[in-house]
Design a protein around this ligand. Structure first.
Ligand code: SF4
Length: 365
């Protein structure tokens, strides 16, 4: 599609969305509120200007789908304390390096001489373990259903190659339990969900049917281009106007009904459900995945003990941001004490964080 056609289609869709949103306001006497579950959507909606263009028409609330942002402080402290130990190499995704724990960051640990490395894939960490057989290589495994199969692929490689000095510290999260939690939260008022295309690619459309069947909540699976997102928001408005609760797949080029069965197989081969602590929310039962007992040899929580002090509490309101209770500028630290150069909370550090998205694309100068 050439850029002129793209622009013209975007304008048409935007007009339709605004018209439907006005109808919604006339019908229900309030602005419709939709939550984009995924951090990539948060960033894409801000970067493309859609969020700003819909101000006053549709409230787009950033949800809990940025993996760094939902990792609780005690877990981050534990990960930083893992760097203590001379024979260790800690590998992580880049976003984690600057996330503040109570007493520092992984980046600070690195500048103090600890061996902390950024890798693009956990399989790269397995390679590092092969190259350093006398050291322990620990990968910090954070992420949602999109990442968990990739973590499983790394464990499979380590198992097949008999790499015994490789392990993972798992702190993964699942989308379904947090959506259920939000829907039981009386403070969170929503008219629908913009569902993540990547997670849906793994889990399939049917996985989200519980939203419509059990909660009467419309939801639309969307891609990440501006036309995808505007189309999905238009569908959400049409469903919300008709009070029609279904889970619609608006990203059929990528997402199937059942998802990726092979990815799901490997997730369930190595990992099992576990309780996970979510930042600002607390522990949600069976909301993450960790190693099955038979794979203890790869479980860094079994192999290594960490000592953490009482977490230091800050005035960061990331917990409220990821529940959609406040927009980032409502945090008193936003843009003042907390900026991307000097972040106080993970939502300002992460490339998918809501505060970072607001700061980069929606801040009033
Ligand atoms: Fe936390 Fe900073 Fe966002 Fe405030 S602006 S909620 S301190 S990340």
């Amino acid at each position: 599609m050439d850029s002129r056609t793209h622009l013209s289609l975007s304008r048409t869709l935007l007009q339709e969305v605004r018209m439907l949103a006005s109808q919604f306001q006339q019908t229900f006497g309030r602005v419709p509120s939709f939550m984009e579950v995924c951090g990539s959507h948060t960033m894409a909606l801000a970067r493309t200007g859609i969020k700003k263009a819909l101000e006053g028409y549709v409230r787009l609330i950033s949800g809990p789908g940025c993996p760094v942002c939902v990792t609780d402080q005690v877990t981050i402290d534990a990960m930083i304390s893992l760097t203590d130990g001379s024979d260790r190499i800690i590998c992580t995704f880049g976003d984690m390096m600057r996330v503040p724990g109570s007493y520092g960051t992984l980046m600070q640990a690195k500048t103090e001489g600890k061996d902390v490395r950024v890798v693009y894939s956990p399989v790269d960490a397995v390679r590092i373990a092969e190259q350093h057989p006398n050291q322990e290589v620990i990968f910090l495994g954070i992420g949602f259903e999109t990442t968990i199969p990739i973590l499983a692929a790394a464990i499979k490689e380590a198992e097949e190659k008999k790499v015994h000095n490789f392990s993972m510290w798992m702190s993964t999260k699942l989308v379904e339990p947090i959506l259920r939690q939000l829907l039981h939260d009386e403070e969170v008022l929503l008219d629908g969900f913009l569902l993540p295309g990547h997670v849906s690619m793994v889990m399939g459309r049917k996985h989200f049917d519980f939203l419509a069947i059990e909660y009467r909540m419309p939801a639309v699976i969307s891609g990440f281009e501006s036309l995808h997102m505007l189309s999905a928001i238009r569908h959400l408005l049409m469903l919300a106007l008709k009070q029609h609760a279904i889970v619609l797949n608006d990203y059929k080029s990528v997402v199937t009904e059942q998802g990726n069965n092979q990815a799901k197989y490997w997730m369930n081969h190595y990992f099992t459900f576990c309780d996970e602590a979510w930042r600002g929310i607390g522990v949600i039962t069976q909301s993450g995945m960790d190693f099955k007992k038979e794979y203890d040899q790869f479980n860094a929580k079994i192999k290594f003990s960490v000592s953490t002090r009482e977490p230091r509490r800050t005035k960061c309101r990331c917990g409220e941001v990821i529940r959609g209770l406040i927009d980032p500028p409502q945090c008193a630290l936003f843009g003042k004490a907390c900026t991307p150069l000097k972040p106080i909370g993970p939502c300002m550090v992460s490339s998918e964080g809501s505060c970072a998205a607001y700061y980069q694309y929606m801040r009033e100068e």
